[in-house]
Ligand binder design. Sequence first.
Ligand code: MLT
Length: 400
Amino acid sequence: MIPNINYNNLKDSYLFAGIAKKTKAYLEANPGTHLYRMGIGDVSLPLCSAVIEELHRAVDDQAVKGTFHGYMPECGADFLRKAIADYYRGRKISLSDDEVFVSSGASDELGDILDIFGHDKTVMIMEPAYPAYVDANIIAGNRIIRLSAGEDNGFLPSPAEIPTEAWGKADLIYICSPNNPTGAVFSKTALQAWIDYANQTDAVIIFDAAYEAFIEEEAIPHSIYELTGARTCAVEICSLSKTAGFTGTRCGYTVIPHDLERGGMNLNKMWVRNRTTKTNGVSYIIQRGAAAVFTERGQQEIHENIKVYKENANVLMEALDAVGITYYGGKNAPYIWMKCPGGMGSWEFFDKLLNEIHVVGTPGEGFGSCGEGYFRFSTFGSPKDTVEAAKRLKALLENN
Ligand code: MLT
């Protein structure tokens, strides 16, 4: 028996696992060192009280015969599907509850969704990109067309940049806005161009909206369904990880409109079939906690936490401004994408920060080769650590 040989085409380790290994080795060699962790986008603030109270209530429900829940509906509890659909409807997006699927998080879903497309597809990925897009498609045995993003296109490639030989070839197109890792955001016009392209060429867009709650500017779309024609070409994947601090609690959602069909097959129905086969649903307790995020109180409390992360971003941006370093993001996104100083390579800069100032970030090269020469900071760290890290970074860059 030969297992999935596509695993041979993956890098040795997943980006964040590799960084975790490197930092662990550093700590073993330098015991007692405090590291300022601004690498993986993992939240540092606890869950808000609206969520915590609901989680406790749900635990109590499970202790009583009359309120106890066993298996949950595979596609999500009605109360949570409705709460999420209401959230969209509140932004004037018309969505029915059964177009929303509850998941255990966006990263799981971004790979799992490939099940309904088959495993011999061509996918277009705009790089630098969240590495799970690439890895999940390598595992699936899909062909990858990489579209480079850089300073010349504001890290936002347009369909006009697709090379002639690749035009119309992609079955799937991954778009992440606000973008991980660059923090770039698609305007309505720029996103519309991709929707028109997908509808024209029969492609499906996998729209990663995991960072929508960080958008500050009124004109930036939070959801692809704010635009015309998205219902016939896009799946939207979202997560409560960054929005509401669910990285360790795990809950997200996926939207598949009823209008989305390819080859005479209905993708919403296919995903129902997939979920009913492959999951027994997200736990009742977690779904109750997730529903609290969409209440008025929950929304207010999560935005208080987001404000703290935005203040972290301001602290870092001030440090970079003070030393004249070019950077992107930080405004509508929780990531800052900076240019490494003096033409340094991104892993070289990673080692320098780790060794000299004990700051951990993410090398741009980990997000694809066109990320070389850049470095990503997550703004999800503790405010105290971020202030100190920014101070150290500024001093290091001044003396460079
Ligand atoms: C990141 O740091 O890019 C994210 O935290 C990864 C993730 O969401 O899985």
